[in-house]
Design a protein around this ligand. Sequence first.
Ligand code: S3P
Length: 429
Amino acid sequence: MQSYTVEPATGIRGEIRVPGDKSISHRSIMFGSIASGITRVSGFLRGEDALATLEAFRAMGVQIDDDGETVTIHGKGLHGLEEPGDVLDCGNSGTSMRLLTGLLAGQNFFSVLSGDKYLRARPMKRVVGPLSRMGARISGRAGGEKAPLAIQGGQLTGIEYDSPVSSAQVKSAIMLAGLYADGETVVREPHLSRDHSERMLRAFGARVETFPGGVRVFGGPELTGRDIVVPGDISSAAFFMVAALIVPGSELLIRGVGVNPTRTGILDILKGMGGDIELLNEREESGEPVADLLVRSSKLKAMEISGEVVPRAIDEFPSICVAAALAEGTTVVRDASELRVKETDRIAAMADNLRRAGVTVTETPDGMEITGVASLKGCAADSFGDHRIAMSMTVAGLTAKGNTTISDVECIATSFPGFRELLEGVVRR
Ligand code: S3P
């Protein structure tokens, strides 16, 4: 297990670009593979998660070339995938596993999905349940709750599904199965989760209708390959935003960040806490809103975070916890029980780490209360094998008194290869 030590910073200054959006990168490979013709993807995230998806499609007979700039997918059409000769390894990636489960349920072949020990511990019934209602034959450990999942693909029928969770992975898995199903498939969710599947599938030519509270897809579309520009991942930018806000004397420009409204909960929350963040040069690329973000050090204050903003910021809570730890007052997070079933239990992991840094944190079943301090203590932090915990505690270390050591940092490569180097390039000491 690798670890590294973070020294306090005196400022975060300069201009950066963050790697491509993880969610959009996964979808570009999946949709490009089942479209007819060529899809060229620029800005593709070469992190382990998205690469697991890429390798899975290669294993199903799709030619995918990567010249280091552009990823070129030679699409096989809706019914062109081939039975893989081995288990498809999703690594740490919940998006790979859950979306693939939906897609594979409609193929006329057998496949098995597995992953690392963290992914094999995560709940899969949330997709296996509704897909079974569509006629899918999927079995797995713990009665289909846990991977490995074995999928005997076959004919599916469209359903109407009211999802109890606001989850883009659940929604997208059912939508993908819906492309192969007879008739229409409707998914409703309590609050709108990220809508990259809706936007991208429509751009590929699928009939996708959105309405308040849900989405409807129609089976048997003709999808056509296209060029995709992947914007910078706002979930990766979040670590740099929080770093620039909490380290005094900072001014950082983050160029080309995706600002899809289903992802900008982090901006609403940090601005609500008093963060100085400006959106510049707002534009649209490949059907996704993009902007440059100018962030300056700010005096933060606590706030209550609950309701519809939670799914729009779901991956950013570890870094939000760090901002809250340095804000004046007690930040209360509610309605966020989904954090307990991410790559690790992110409520428990951040509570544990922030306590080590001298912060008072109370856990609740669906959130936490964090009372801010004037400065953190250097400490020995643990990533719990979760990339976003590792990066959040790295950011925390920049303002601590003394050094902070983070253990088990290899996981950062799942979503943000080059994180440390990019950060060191803008840190002033
Ligand atoms: C993702 C959806 C979210 C998010 C994950 C990526 C996606 O998961 O946490 O990092 O690409 O659809 P849930 O659907 O479990 O909320």
